[in-house]
Design a binder for this molecule. Structure first.
Ligand SMILES: Cc1ncc(COP(=O)(O)O)c(C=O)c1O
Length: 378
């Protein structure tokens, strides 16, 4: 199988798995227990916290460990919403559902939402922030890198504009961390989310990085873990896993990015040779591993299924919903027509992919397009 769906999830790195296993087999103590085996678990959690902190350049006390990116985004948005006086929130039009849905929950409680529009490349114009006239704007959430297109926002400039107005800013950096350099201070945000399974760590673990000035309401009440912000017995093995993954990402992202950029260029050249392919946000700064394209007249989900039958795992740009194959809100926000958006296919490369994988994929795609073309739409 050729695996080209690393923005959905990455395989767990062998070294990460090695680091985790003892915490299932031998060191299974509860990190809150006072006995030795419990204290060993606590030590492992704190080591992992320091590793995550080092990856994004913060102090360990700024790291709140969560069950993943979704929970980190929920804690940032609902947690801030619970502690700030009710007002309004500005949010990018291309955000992930784990930002948009907690925001919708706040709107149900009387908050207002201001959508920050994006241009054809999926980028927010920093000047648009000045046009928000709502006097009660309290909070903003802007993603670092888009999960579909890979487009990287200039978060630092956006954050500057918000901070000038005293507005709290959160960044969903789940897709950026480990692929491009991400430092909390450089981004100038107050809150930042990341996730373990996007950086060759395990699923079900992530972190919210918080600026010490931020007050948050807990989202999960329970045993007072994580400074009372998310109760629940720590998943020590997974936390050890994200720690190790963070350590490996810190030392290896640069080399991985160079490798991925070479593969991305090879892929894009190959796609250009396959007539009418359109690479979305082609000229924007994008993650080194991500290429999303559309092929007019084709159905993206069907291309995904045809590729899967031939041993290639990719994803489409459509959000599967009970109502059927909805075009991606990200592409629609960029002014892509619904038809072209429905044809979207996303390739997200990983560090184990090779030039041969790219060549084999292009060969398979070439066979699918003339064979499946219009028929796929039926
Ligand atoms: C941009 C973005 N934010 C948040 C998430 C959610 O992260 P998790 O799967 O760890 O809950 C994802 C996952 O795909 C994502 O791509």
């Amino acid at each position: 199988m050729i695996y080209f769906d690393h923005n959905a999830t990455t395989p767990v790195d062998e070294q990460v798995l090695e680091a985790m296993l003892p915490f299932y087999k031998t060191f299974y103590g509860n990190a809150s227990s006072l006995h030795r085996i419990g204290r060993l678990s606590r030590g492992a959690v704190e080591t992992a916290r320091a590793q995550v902190a080092a990856l994004v350049g913060v102090s360990p006390s700024q790291v709140i460990l969560t069950s993943g990116g979704t929970e980190a985004n929920n804690l940032a948005i609902r947690g801030s919403g619970g502690s700030l006086p009710r007002g309004s929130i500005a949010v990018g039009a291309t955000e992930h559902p784990s930002v948009l849905e907690p925001l919708a929950a706040l709107v149900n409680k009387g908050w207002r939402s201001n959508t920050l529009r994006v241009d054809d490349d999926g980028l927010i114009d920093p000047a648009s922030i000045a046009t928000i006239t709502d006097p009660d704007l309290r909070f903003a959430s802007v993603m670092l890198a888009n999960n579909e297109t890979g487009v990287v926002q200039d978060v630092a400039t956006l954050a500057d504009r918000f901070r000038e107005q005293g507005i709290l800013i959160h960044c969903d950096a789940v897709q950026g961390v480990g692929k491009i350099p991400v430092k909390f201070d450089t981004l100038k945000v107050n809150l930042l989310s990341l996730s373990g399974h996007k950086i060759y760590g395990p699923k079900g673990v992530g972190a919210l990085i918080v600026d010490k000035s931020v007050a948050l309401q807990p989202v999960l009440y329970g045993g007072g873990q994580e400074r009372g912000l998310r109760g629940g017995t720590e998943n020590v093995a997974a936390i050890v896993g994200i720690g190790k993954a963070a350590e490996l990402a810190l030392s290896g992202w640069d080399e991985a990015a160079k490798h991925l950029m070479k593969l991305r260029r090879r892929l894009e050249c190959g796609l250009d040779a396959l007539a009418p392919v359109r690479i979305f946000a082609r000229d924007a700064v994008r993650l080194p591993n991500t290429v999303q394209f559309g092929i007019k007249g084709f159905d993206g989900e069907m291309i995904v299924m045809e590729l899967d039958r031939r041993g290639v795992a990719v994803s489409s740009g459509s959000a599967c919903s009970s109502e059927g194959n909805e075009p991606s809100h990200v592409l629609l926000a960029m002014g892509i027509t619904p038809d072209l958006a429905r044809s979207a296919v996303r390739i997200s490369l990983g560090k184990q992919n090779t030039a041969t994988d790219i060549d084999n994929f292009l060969e398979v795609l070439q066979r699918i397009i003339p064979a499946g073309g219009r028929r796929m739409q039926a």
